[in-house]
Ligand binder design. Structure first.
Ligand code: NDP
Ligand SMILES: O=C(O)C(=O)[C@@H](O)[C@H](O)C(=O)CO
Length: 283
């Protein structure tokens, strides 16, 4: 692996760039210029969502960049109020329209058990929602499909009726937050793990062990986090609104963490808290 545009293979053979650019909390007013900065810095994989309120601006940045569509990877996600076959099908078309694209490279169910459907039928709603993604995948609107914030028991609900297995599970993975059960189950079932909040949403930078390892390697804490993620075989999705950070976060291929450094990071249990529990999340 030599650059952020090297790829992992998904279970359907699709090649996905190994680092994606995150856009949560990137306000629509600045999203176009921020995403343009990322494209100038070499990112070819952008992670957005209907929930982020910036799909239109992300789409404008892509269009104005002049980069050929086939050289870009764009992921979006189904918001929590669209869990049914019809609503999910409409939401896919709306994301495509807002982004100004004919297809998405990857579309994810954002959360498995949203508050609006947390009733005795949530499993059936989830299965219907997945069927909408499968149909859009078969129709060529989505080149790959997957899930986000799914734990083993959510994946098992899909398994009861799925025709196409999820290719990706996007979950929170950063130093101190490694949900081993979900990681192992997802991998055993053919999914690539995308690591969201790979910098602990900005909370990792003052962590002493991370600072020590940054000193040892001559890199920044952010670069150490991203390198750690890649060496574990995850696909990190760093977010920034600052061009210098955006650029720095690509410089993670000119060093390697030793097994001992990897172990010290693995041992940092809970230093930036844990992922939101999808079964109790209030959204
Ligand atoms: N599926 C899901 O439910 C979720 C998905 N995600 C995805 O993952 C992406 C990343 O996660 P997110 O939680 O946003 O945050 P990150 O873990 O990527 O951390 C972002 C924070 O770190 C700062 N930062 C970034 N690079 C550097 C650097 N080199 N030096 C110093 N500070 C830096 C940013 O600052 P600044 O922005 O000020 O430059 C920002 O405050 C999201 O944007 C989204 O795409 C995130 C959460 C949930
Ligand atoms: O960023 C995302 O993709 C999320 O789903 C979460 O960050 C979520 O929106 C949240 O944490 C709200 O507080």
């Amino acid at each position: 692996m030599r650059s952020i545009i090297d790829t992992y293979s998904l279970s359907n053979g699709t090649q996905i760039p190994v680092v994606g650019f995150g856009t949560w909390q990137t306000a629509p007013e600045i999203a176009k210029s921020v995403v343009k900065s990322a494209l100038v810095s070499g990112y070819r994989h952008i992670d957005t969502a209907e929930m982020y309120g910036n799909e239109k601006e992300v789409g404008q940045a892509i269009k104005e960049s002049g980069i050929s569509r086939r050289h870009l990877w764009v992921t979006s996600k189904l918001n929590n109020s669209f869990h049914s076959y019809d609503l999910a099908s409409q939401a896919i078309d709306q994301s495509l329209a807002d982004l100004g694209l004919d297809y998405l490279d990857l579309f994810l169910i954002h959360w498995p058990n949203p508050v609006a459907f947390r009733d005795e039928n949530w499993e059936a709603h989830l299965q219907d929602t997945w069927r909408a993604l499968e149909d859009a995948y078969q129709a060529g609107k989505l080149k790959a499909i997957g899930v986000s914030n799914f734990r083993k028991h959510h994946l098992q609900v899909l398994e009861q009726t799925q025709k196409v297995a999820p290719m990706v599970n996007q979950i929170r993975i950063c130093p101190g937050d490694l949900d081993q059960e979900t990681i192992a189950y997802s991998r055993d079932h053919g999914m690539l793990l995308e690591a969201y909040s790979p910098l602990g949403t900005g909370k990792i930078f003052t962590e002493p062990t991370m600072q020590e390892i940054a000193q040892e390697t001559g890199k920044t804490v952010a670069q150490v986090c991203l390198r750690w993620s890649l060496q574990h075989g995850f696909l990190p999705l760093p977010k920034s609104i600052h061009p210098n950070y955006i650029e720095d976060n690509t410089k993670i291929f000119d060093f390697k963490l030793s097994p001992e450094q990897m172990q010290r990071i693995d041992a940092l249990d809970g230093v930036v808290g844990y992922a939101t529990d999808p079964d109790t999340a209030g959204f």
